[in-house]
Design a protein around this ligand. Structure first.
Ligand SMILES: Nc1ncnc2c1ncn2[C@@H]1O[C@H](COP(=O)(O)OP(=O)(O)OP(=O)(O)O)[C@@H](O)[C@H]1O
Length: 239
C-alpha cells in the first residue's frame, strides 16, 4: 500500500504583480522526514513557506497544498495551524518580560491543548521555565520559539532559519534536538537554513530553489555533488 504523504505541494506559484517569485514548485515530504529548503537570497524560500503556511493566499497565489492527503489550499493560516501545519519564524516571537513557562502556557491555551510541561521537557527548557525570557541566552530563546510552534503537537513544522545568530555549537545542538524530536514525534519538518552544516547533518533530502524554481532535489551527497547547485548556491553559501 502506498504511504500517505505528510505534506505535498503541487504547482505552487506566487506572483507579485508582473514578477513571479515562485514558479510551479512541487514537493512531497513523508512522515517524520526533515527536508531542507535551500537557495541563494531571493530564490523564493520564504515565499514558498508563505504559500504553504497560508500566509500568501488569494490573488497571485496558486497551486495545491495537501496535509496528510487533505487539501488545505483554501484554509487560512490559522485554520492550517489547527489542521496540524505550524510555522516558526526567524524573528523571535517571544515576550521578553514573561517567564518561559507562562508564554508556552499562553500558546498552549491558544492552541486549545494542555501539553506545556511535555513541550518544556522535550526542548530541555524545564531548567529555565521560571525565568523571564529576557534573562536566558539567545540559544535558549530560540528553543522557546520552537516550543511555541510545537505546543499544538503539529504534524508538520515549517521552520525558518532556526540557527540564525547561534554559535556553531548551539546550531548543531539544536539540529540534533530537532532530529531527535522528528523521530520520536513522527514530526515532519521543512527547514529553511543558510547553515549548510545544519542542513547536511539532519536532512535526508534537500530541495534547492533558484530564481523561484526547483533547481535540484536529492540526498545531501547528491546535492553537494550537483555542479548546477554548486554554481548557483553552494559555491558561495558554504563559506
Ligand atoms: N511582497 C513582495 N513584493 C514584491 N516582491 C517580493 C515580495 N516578497 C518577495 N518578493 C521577491 O520575491 C523573490 C523571492 O523572495 P523570498 O523572500 O521568497 O526569497 P528567499 O529565498 O526567502 O530569500 P532570503 O534568503 O534572502 O530570505 C525576491 O526577488 C523578492 O524580492
Amino acid at each position: 500500500m502506498a504511504e500517505t504523504l505528510s505534506l505535498e505541494a503541487r504547482g505552487l506559484t506566487r506572483r507579485y504583480g508582473g514578477f513571479t517569485a515562485l514558479r510551479d514548485v512541487s514537493m512531497s515530504l513523508s512522515t517524520g522526514e526533515i527536508r531542507g529548503l535551500i537557495g541563494s537570497n531571493g530564490a523564493g524560500k520564504s515565499t514558498c513557506m508563505d504559500v504553504l503556511s497560508g500566509r500568501a493566499r488569494g490573488t497571485g497565489s496558486s497551486g495545491t497544498v495537501l496535509l496528510e492527503g487533505r487539501d488545505i489550499s483554501t484554509l487560512n493560516e490559522r485554520a492550517r495551524r489547527h489542521a496540524g501545519l505550524a510555522r516558526s519564524f526567524q524573528k523571535t516571537n517571544i515576550f521578553p518580560e514573561l517567564t518561559v513557562r507562562r508564554q508556552v502556557e499562553l500558546a498552549a491555551r491558544k492552541a486549545e491543548v494542555d501539553n506545556t510541561q511535555d513541550v518544556l521537557r522535550e526542548l530541555n527548557l524545564l531548567p529555565h521555565a521560571e525565568r523571564r525570557a529576557a534573562d536566558i541566552s539567545y540559544g535558549d530563546q530560540r528553543r522557546v520559539d520552537l516550543a511555541l510552534a510545537l505546543v499544538g503537537r503539529p504534524k508538520v513544522l515549517l521552520l525558518d532559519e532556526p540557527a540564525a545568530g547561534l554559535t556553531m555549537g548551539e546550531s548543531l545542538a539544536l539540529a540534533h534536538m530537532l532530529r531527535d524530536l522528528a523521530e520520536r514525534w513522527r514530526l515532519t519538518v521543512l527547514i529553511v537554513e543558510h547553515d549548510m552544516d545544519v542542513i547536511f547533518s539532519i536532512c535526508a533530502r534537500v530541495t534547492v530553489l533558484h530564481l523561484g524554481q526547483i533547481l535540484a532535489e536529492g540526498t545531501p551527497d547528491e546535492i553537494r555533488g550537483n555542479t548546477d547547485v554548486v554554481k548557483a548556491y553552494l559555491g558561495s553559501a558554504a563559506a
